[in-house]
Design a protein around this ligand. Structure first.
Ligand code: COI
Length: 354
């Protein structure tokens, strides 16, 4: 096993931090000065380093490029008034990364190595964590095949890396989502519960078709009958109907979202009536039409809590209650923001301080 304290650091002599405008941060446009990298040679992890953010050298035969042998995570860090950095629920990300690794025949990333990768990188790039309300540092750990072999087989060598970028809102406005009744994101027995590039690449085309019709994202339905709601493009989805909080139950077609889990934990703590179960498209459409649906929103690390203002169903655009009059989603957003920023007690132990 690698001595994880032995991480070689090469500082970036040409910092880009002057390009960071805290008042106007676009998601994923500007990356922090450094990246973490470590190699798995089939037996052990070695040559851990932090180096200036730069393009990679990779074999043109790498299965990461040809077969999508690549997995990733997304988490965020927040600047506290004390100057310390709080990383939100990083334990859940390593758990999920290693679940994805198993499904993709990849080695597990040792927890100690993962935490060291976050600690060393965030400490070095701490000035990149923006302090303004609604901003954070998005952290993207990822693992990919580093083989120089084009055949189909479990890969032997891998690279685990972490990059970071300051971000503002992923969706700056409430979103319109279309219930997808033809294309499929995941099927039972597939890899829908993993965070692998393979789940995201093919989703872009149907999302693009929906964009041309004025939607921001899709609301994916089950791959067999298109009868049940699963998740939205970049987030899990929740509904408030007659005061009940309802969300699709997890399974192997739905990503086990960390914001989803956090919202459900808060809701249960507040004594809300929470239902994790199969959610029929027909039920949602009926609830909108009868006026019992009070709110719908997406939950995700990048998206945080995103109001859904309208849902497209077949050729209809169903308008949801006014966003300004909603109470539940804003309460989740405020509570999570307060915990992340250190304004409210971290009673669930969700923050890792650096
Ligand atoms: C996240 O919320 O972290 C995601 O990975 C969503 C998207 C940017 C792919």
């Amino acid at each position: 096993m690698l001595d994880t304290k032995n991480i070689h650091i090469t500082r970036n002599s040409e910092s880009k931090i002057a390009q960071l405008n805290p008042d106007n941060i676009e998601f994923g446009k500007l990356y922090s000065d450094h990246q973490f990298v470590v190699y798995f040679d089939g037996k052990e992890w070695k040559d851990a380093s932090v180096e200036p953010y730069q393009p990679l050298t990779i074999s043109a035969a790498s299965p990461a490029i040809h077969y999508g042998i690549s997995i990733f995570e997304g988490l965020k860090a927040y600047k506290h008034d004390s100057g310390k950095i709080a990383v939100f629920r990083p334990d859940k990300n390593i758990e999920r990364l290693n679940l994805s690794a198993e499904r993709m025949c990849m080695p597990k990333v040792p927890e100690e190595l993962y935490y060291d990768s976050l600690d060393v990188l965030l400490d070095l790039d701490r000035d990149w964590v923006p302090a303004k309300e609604g901003t954070s540092l998005y952290i993207r750990p990822f693992l990919f095949s580093d083989d120089d072999y084009i055949g189909i087989r479990p890969s032997q060598s891998f690279r685990y890396m972490v990059i970071t970028c300051p971000v503002g809102a992923y969706y700056s406005q409430p979103v319109k989502v279309k219930i997808e009744d033809h294309y499929v994101r995941a099927v039972e027995g597939g890899s829908g519960y993993c965070k692998t590039g393979c789940n995201y690449g093919p989703s872009i085309y149907p999302a693009q078709l929906a964009k041309q019709k004025g939607f921001d994202q899709l609301l994916w339905t089950d791959g067999k009958e298109h009868k049940y709601i699963e998740e939205s493009g970049t987030m899990n989805v929740m509904f408030v109907i007659d005061g009940k909080l309802i969300t699709p139950k997890l399974g192997d077609t739905i990503l086990n979202g960390i914001t989803r889990d956090s919202v459900l934990t808060l809701a249960r703590d507040w004594g809300m009536d929470v239902h994790e179960r199969k959610v029929e498209v027909a039920e949602i459409v009926d609830a909108i039409r009868s006026g019992t649906l009070q709110e719908a929103f997406g939950v995700g690390t990048a998206a945080t809590i995103a109001h859904i203002e309208a849902i497209g169903y077949k050729d209809e655009m169903l308008q949801l209650p006014k966003v300004e009059e909603r109470e539940v989603a804003p309460k989740f957003l405020k509570t999570l923001d307060d915990i992340k920023a250190g304004r409210t007690e971290d009673k669930f132990g969700w923050l890792r301080m650096i």
